[in-house]
Design a protein around this ligand. Structure first.
Ligand SMILES: [Zn+2]
Length: 127
């Protein structure tokens, strides 16, 4: 078994620097992120890394009012599925957008969220 073109570790290291990366299937052209082992569309294993702009629109969102203990101090906050310009969707936390302004189709831009434990997660804020 060969290494994926973009490992989860590399994905989050790049995300930390503000760069979202997807992988494109060399066989059928399907985009995927975060990295997967096999193309869910054609089951090929020919991933090529693709840099994403980080611009997208909200496809759906949920306001979290009761959170796991680690995030309890942050409620309420929103998580959204964001459809990126390149056509791939990703789940991220919404920051710096008032909850009442959230709407399907709202334009957002990727930003890395660095946690207290220095882990990186995917966030989206205003464009
Ligand atoms: Zn494919």
């Amino acid at each position: 078994m060969t290494e994926p073109a973009v490992t989860a570790r590399a994905f989050f290291e790049k995300a930390r620097g503000g760069q979202l990366t997807a992988i494109r299937c060399g066989s059928c052209g399907e985009l995927a992120m975060p990295p997967k082992e096999l193309c869910p569309n054609c089951h090929a294993h020919q991933w090529q890394p693709v840099a994403l702009t980080g611009d997208g629109t909200i496809a759906s969102f949920t306001v979290i009012r009761v959170a796991p203990r680690a995030h309890a101090a942050d409620v309420p906050y929103a998580v959204a599925v964001v459809r990126l310009k390149e056509g791939v969707s990703v789940l991220g936390r919404i920051v710096d957008i008032p909850l009442e302004k959230l709407a399907i189709g709202l334009a957002v831009r990727f930003r890395p969220l660095i946690g207290k434990d220095l882990t990186t997660s995917v966030g989206f804020g205003p464009t």
